[in-house]
Design a protein around this ligand. Structure first.
Ligand SMILES: [Zn+2]
Length: 431
């Protein structure tokens, strides 16, 4: 397997990554290009756009001038801070509740709403439907969290149409950040097509109703309420537009998180199963483990690769330090897999059987004992030729991430004990 000579991404990264002639990936090159952008000018564009929407809302007698789709995480906090505190907007926060919540995530969502004084509209899918849809998605495409992405990318649009709010403010354009999918000059915006390709895996709810596996699970339109996209006419009537703040502002997730911890009460984890990153995607089972573990089982890399690559690109970690993190975390079986299996009523053998045909033969093979093993790993590529030539200098002010003060129920010892006892009652909350 070929690995980026600067970060930790393998050549089979999804969505597709491209290596240049020096062996550096498109994600690394995108982050490198950022300082050349005139961020002051872009900041002015954003201000103008927001002022225009504020005036339109006032003219129409609307209370809310924009929608912020939120989970309650660090980006949600930063988006709400920017809109409410910096730009003086009155956003409506909109959440799709996928029902696999962590206590920490719910605590942060409550903090978000109360700290910034924003109204929240929250749609909760019922667990009976979630069970059916999640079982279907894992069988159909090896994705335990299809409903998360479908809901997050659809319910805010339903809300925009219902409340006639023409502006949606998303945070980071994630695919650019990770794999450099879009150029920063593209100023890419949210579209139905982008949502369908990347978040829905090509499945609209209308398709699911005719899918044989979905029929086996007894899925009907009533199970898919949050996933039906409004009609073109409805979208046009509202004049809906979805912007990404990372196209207008120099985005730095970690710096922003530290600012939110210090000033606005955002709380981090103290320890995690599958990554050293204590602040990103804390609110759900999806990112805590199972979804990410599936990525590893399919493609041979996981969230520690994502997080280490980000740290390297922002000059806070050397490639060697990043590789150490990847080797420590990427293959760890997350303890919340048990929570998930119990919820959907599946054994681990059944689950692994479903994953089997999805394993990428570029990285996985059967060992002599018949067990799956990786053919290669980044640990074999520490000293690849060309690595030193494309190395970034370290930020002289770099330091380790300082998590929020541990709260009583989230002290390190408590968390370790919960992990060991698999006491998900303490850690996860359905609804
Ligand atoms: Zn790279």
């Amino acid at each position: 397997m070929e690995y980026c000579k600067r970060c930790c991404y393998p050549a089979n990264t999804k969505p597709d990554i491209i290596f240049d002639e020096r062996g550096v990936c498109s994600g690394c090159r995108l982050i490198e290009s950022r300082p050349a952008i005139d961020w002051e000018e872009r900041g002015r564009w954003l201000k103008e756009l927001l002022e225009e929407h504020k005036a339109r809302a006032m003219e129409a007698g609307r209370i809310y001038d924009c929608i912020i789709p939120v989970s309650g995480g660090k980006d949600s906090h930063y988006q709400a801070y920017l809109m409410k505190v910096v730009y003086g907007m009155n956003p409506l926060l909109v959440t799709y509740n996928h029902v696999f919540n962590t206590r920490l995530g719910l605590r942060n969502l409550t903090n978000l709403v109360s700290t910034f004084g924003c109204d929240l509209l929250r749609f909760t899918s019922n667990p009976v439907s979630v069970r059916k849809v999640s079982r279907w998605a894992v069988k159909r495409m090896g994705d335990v969290t299809w409903h998360y992405h479908a809901g997050i990318m659809t319910f805010p649009i339903q809300a925009a149409v219902k409340y006639k709010i023409p502006l949606m403010v998303w945070g980071e354009e994630g695919f650019s950040e990770l794999v450099g999918m879009y150029n920063q000059d593209d100023m890419v915006e949210f579209t139905k097509k982008k949502r369908q390709e990347h978040s829905m895996r090509g499945f609209e709810p209308e398709d699911i109703l005719h899918d044989d596996l979905a029929m086996d699970e007894g899925i009907t339109a009533r199970d898919l309420a949050a996933f039906f996209y409004p009609s073109d006419e409805e979208i046009e009537e509202v004049g809906l537009r979805g912007i990404y703040l990372s196209n207008y502002l120099s985005w730095n997730g970690r710096k922003q998180t530290e600012f939110m911890i210090e000033n606005y009460g955002f709380e981090t984890a103290q320890r995690r199963d599958r990554t050293f990153n204590l602040y990103d995607k804390l609110d759900d089972l999806h990112a805590n483990g199972v979804h990410d573990y599936l990525k590893y089982l399919k493609f041979g890399y996981g969230r520690a690769t994502d997080d280490a690559s980000t740290e390297i690109r922002h000059r806070r970690m050397t490639r060697e330090e990043g590789i150490e993190m990847v080797m420590k975390y990427d293959s760890v079986r997350p303890h919340d897999l048990d929570v998930y299996l119990r919820f959907v009523g599946m054994t681990e053998e059944e689950f692994m059987g479903l994953v089997e045909p999805l394993r990428d033969p570029q990285i996985w093979e059967r060992g002599p004992d018949g067990q799956w093993q990786t053919k290669d790993c980044i640990g074999n590529h520490i000293h690849d030729p060309g690595v030193d030539e494309v190395r970034l200098s370290l930020d002289p002010h770099r330091r380790g991430f300082i998590p929020s003060e541990p709260k009583r129920s989230y002290s390190r010892d408590d968390h370790v004990r919960e992990s060991e006892n698999l006491n998900e009652q303490e850690e996860y909350v359905i609804l």
